[in-house]
Design a protein around this ligand. Structure first.
Ligand SMILES: Nc1ncnc2c1ncn2[C@@H]1O[C@H](COP(=O)(O)OP(=O)(O)OP(=O)(O)O)[C@@H](O)[C@H]1O
Ligand SMILES: [Mg+2]
Length: 265
């Protein structure tokens, strides 16, 4: 049984993001099978599920890096027309640069490892058309500070930084343009427990202060429990359950969610 359990606070708003009937196939494999998702302004949606369940594929589609075989994507923002999947490549890249930030598990996907950390953040501002050096430097510093990155390291390339610091540079790049939507794909997986906790703290602080809308993917239920208001459970490319975090963790309805929660206890 699939349950749609929404908080009263959430149902009063229009969704910021709506994906309807999204299917993505790779050859004979159906990685996403008619997935529909709504994400509401200011909420944190957590996506959990076993390896290969389609979580990253879904996030890549939300980031307009990939196109589905079927489905519709809309963002409730000014000048973001109709089905975003129908936009051409240039418009997709621009829209994505302006409104969406992403942090990948693998920093090589999100950063130029040999460029300075501040340069990585400035790149995001350059894409948006900013050319004034003082603004690039100033806004870049602000984003690094908000990501609790030590500014004395801003000229160091990510290749010389620890994993936790690399994730903070990715985060700074992602939030530099104050995006409406922040996508996090296993942002702390592979980090030491204490580093993971510190990065999650930063993310929670940012979310609290800016009411930024976040979609976070993790196979770690502990991370989702700390971060998410609402949870969506995926299996074999389908959404098997979604609801408020407390409800899903305390009273999972689908046998697969029950298994996941049991395994965590
Ligand atoms: N570019 C691709 N080409 C072929 N198959 C792909 C591609 N990307 C993903 N897949 C397949 O689609 C399925 C879903 O992959 P996806 O990376 O979305 O899973 P995931 O839930 O993020 O898993 P993990 O927890 O391991 O990151 C997997 O079977 C994967 O092998
Ligand atoms: Mg993944």
């Amino acid at each position: 049984m699939t349950l749609h359990r929404l908080a009263p606070r959430i149902v009063t708003a229009n969704p910021l993001l709506t994906l309807s009937g999204v299917t993505r196939r790779f050859g004979t494999l159906t990685a996403l099978d008619e997935v529909s998702v709504e994400v509401f302004p200011g909420e944190v949606l957590g996506i959990v599920g076993e390896s290969g369940s389609g979580k990253s594929t879904l996030l890549r589609l939300m980031n307009l890096e990939d196109a589905p075989d079927a489905g519709v994507y809309s963002l409730n923002l000014p000048q973001t027309p109709g089905n975003l999947f129908a936009l051409d490549r240039f418009d997709r890249r621009m829209l994505c640069a302006l409104h969406i930030g992403i942090v990948y598990q693998n920093p090589h996907l999100g950063l130029r490892m040999g460029h300075s950390s501040s340069g990585n953040v400035a790149e995001r501002l350059l894409i948006a058309g900013e050319r004034r050096f003082s603004v690039l430097r100033g806004k870049g510093q602000q984003a690094l500070e908000a990501s609790e990155f030590p500014l004395e390291r801003m000229d160091s390339p990510p290749s010389e930084l620890s994993g936790g610091m690399q994730q903070r540079v990715q985060l700074a790049k992602a939030i530099a343009l104050e995006p409406a939507l922040l996508l996090l794909d296993e942002p702390t997986t592979g980090l030491d427990v204490s580093v993971q906790a510190a990065v999650l703290d930063t993310l929670k602080g940012l979310q609290r202060d800016r009411r930024i809308t976040i979609v976070i993917v993790s196979h770690d239920l502990g991370v989702i429990r700390v971060m998410a208001d609402r949870v969506m459970v995926m299996r074999h490319g389908r959404v098997v359950e979604q609801g408020l975090s407390d409800q899903v963790f305390q009273d999972p309805q689908h046998p697969y969610s029950q298994q996941l929660v049991q395994a965590k206890l």
